[in-house]
Design a protein around this ligand. Sequence first.
Ligand code: PMP
Length: 458
Amino acid sequence: MTNALRALDIDLHLHSQTNARAHEDRGPLTLVRGDGVHVVDESGRRYIEGMAGLWCASLGFEEARLAEVAARQMRTLATYHTFNHRTNDACVALAEAISAISPISGGRIFFANSGSEANDTMVKLAWYYNAARGRPEKRKIISRTGAFHGSTVMGAALSGLPHMHRAFNLPDQGVVFTACPNHARHAEPGESQEDYATRLAAELEALIQAEGADSIAAMIAEPVMGAGGVILPPETYFPKIQAVLARYDILLLADEVICGFGRTGNWFGSQTFGFLPDMMSMAKGLSSGAIPIAAVALSDRIYQAIADQSAEIGVFGHGFTYSGHPVSAAVATEAIRIYHEIDVVGRARRLGAHLRAALDEALAGHPLVGEIRSVGLLAGIGLTADPATGRDFDPALRVGAQVERRCLAHGAIIRNMGDNIALCPPYVIEPGQIDALVERLRAALDDVADTLSRDSLA
Ligand code: PMP
């Protein structure tokens, strides 16, 4: 990138989720190309991308087959909408490819462009479903502290992360929050995973009773909380939660935006964590992040209510210009074809086991490392000021952010969420590259440990 373009990035571009004033000083990190699991910046530095971008580039950063299908579709039918009975071959093929792997059988697939839109859609479908069956007052949505469900008004309202709410003063969307299932952090001393899950289910039931089941439409949950810090629920958490919701006629919506397409060692996170949602949203890995597209799979029960639209409710008034966009759909269908060819589920399990072993070996006993969590090819590492007691660092030290920066210097991209480190590499990573990623993370942790001990001596 020329200096002129760098200056324009600072002068013209408001970045997502970025400290704008700091950006004026620091300027951008400009990525110019990708190869496999690597991305390359403008100075030619190569980084192992340990986060698949934003948890999305499952097949890495250049995949010729995706480029070819996109170009072919652009030359055939570059764009068309799906309003008013219109369709195209590409989006039907994609609906078939998703249905073939979806645990929700017999329903329908709705298309959108982003994870946020897909989650908004699930909420609107839940509202429409209840209106259609004469229960319009059943509207509230239960979400969880620590959840991330997107950046649209509803996506942010559903998110249980303070910075998504602070300063926006979002309109009251009728979202109520229940606890984040983080055993390591929130269980009582000596409380087993099982007892903790039972307690959270009881807390959920108490919340439903306090709010009134007749006022609640659905609960939304990521099988593994991603942006909240890669939080894995206890094994029996979701079955217990699902049983409570079923008792009160409340839908369960799975946000599979991160977990979908193999990440947790099954096609969908709900399969790994033992529940069957009424709807699930997917995005990111749906197209390997190569083109914007998202989808919602909805159950037959919800579809039938929509299809039976009554005169007073009227036509299903929802959908986007680019719902079922042929180019995006063609790319996503090809990505899913590749996932089958590389046995993405088996691959995530095998590589995930390798990643876990490498993390355990390299980081066990490290003075900054507390808990290591992983499922499939997804891992979270909790940083701690004292591994013996699990004491937190003073947030002002921004230890996680320091580790992320030192990783970059060592040629690896990871992500810190506060003092949690996330790893979510592309599935095309090889075992040797996993080892290199973990070595670089270890070197970054060593650097930060040195700085902290120097500062404490100073
Ligand atoms: N849900 C989850 C679980 C996510 O991680 C994200 C994005 N990080 C979203 C929804 C929102 O997706 P998008 O940015 O495509 O709107």
